[in-house]
Write a protein that binds this ligand. Structure first.
Ligand SMILES: C[S@@+](CC[C@H](N)C(=O)[O-])C[C@H]1O[C@@H](n2cnc3c(N)ncnc32)[C@H](O)[C@@H]1O
Length: 263
């Protein structure tokens, strides 16, 4: 059966799946950054930076309207901000888990950034936090030049609905970037599977003090559609120029697409 959306343990329908995901991220928010960096040996930073570099020309446009959806604690947002010029329009950074978003806003909000720069850089580009569900964005049709998301799309309760919502809010010609985990093949895949399915949940349990979230991670990646299938879903949602670029042996990868120009 083709994948339709995330199915955390115990979820009966899309509403309960979304609620379970939101509660899970709210509960791990205090440990999220630490866990991320430990479990990925900091490779996650390279992935966020590489994703941001892919959209450099668009990010360099001061008037570009940009959304980082499922921004969590804001590390992709921070990578995007590095390419924004001074005085640029703020990035929207949205997530439905308040505890994650609050931590993100401490990094990418104007006050957080000022603190980082010891109060010196008042004109630095920043992001605005939006507490919002990716499937119901509080944004106008055709209002964005770029939507990016890192490791959030897999958690949506309905992938087709997510893609349609992204298509709705993008301007014609607007671009989409989805950074997600995938399962590498071959010998690398076999070795990685041992780490991802056995070692990672055990470390996650020790640091975070509970079982659920780091069992959910490998199972949600296993259930996520493989690149060819997701690219097909992107085309069906109306996107063009759909492609997938593997990162680090295909452990992760960046899906890119565009809303076609014209009406
Ligand atoms: C694995 S974290 C990724 C956070 C961040 N982008 C990163 O790369 O570290 C996934 C995030 O997606 C958010 N998320 C999942 N489903 C969502 C939805 N339907 N609407 C908004 N945010 C959602 C979660 O709350 C969580 O913060």
């Amino acid at each position: 059966m083709p994948a339709t959306g995330a199915k955390p343990a115990g979820a009966q329908d899309e509403a309960s799946a979304a609620e379970a995901v939101r509660e899970m991220f709210d509960s791990i928010a205090p440990r999220y950054d630490l866990l991320n960096h430990v479990l990925s040996a900091n490779v996650d930073r390279l992935w966020w930076r590489r994703t941001a570099r892919r959209f450099r020309p668009l990010l360099a446009r001061p008037d570009a309207a940009i959304l980082d959806i499922c921004c969590g604690t804001g590390d992709l947002t921070m990578a995007l901000l590095r390419h924004r010029p001074r005085g640029a329009r703020p990035i929207f950074a949205a997530d439905f888990a308040r505890a994650m978003l609050r931590r993100g806003a401490e990094k990418f909000g104007p006050q957080g950034l000022r603190k980082r720069h010891n109060g010196r850089d008042a004109g630095a580009p920043y992001a605005v936090a939006l507490e919002s569900d990716a499937l119901h964005l509080p944004l106008h049709d055709r209002s964005l030049d770029l939507i990016v998301t890192a490791f959030g799309f897999r958690n949506l309760a309905n992938y087709e609905a997510g893609l349609k919502e992204f298509h709705r809010v993008l301007k014609p010609g607007g671009q989409l970037g989805i950074l997600e985990f995938s399962e590498p093949g071959g010998i690398v895949g076999k070795i990685y599977a041992i780490y991802f399915r056995r070692v990672l949940p055990a470390i996650g349990r020790i640091i975070c003090g509970k079982d659920g979230p780091y069992n959910y991670l490998p199972s949600s990646v296993g259930d996520f559609p493989p690149p060819a299938e997701l690219l097909g879903m992107m085309r069906s949602a109306g996107f063009v120029e759909c492609s997938w670029q593997p990162y680090t042996f295909g452990i992760a990868g960046l899906y890119t697409a565009a809303r076609p120009p014209g009406p």
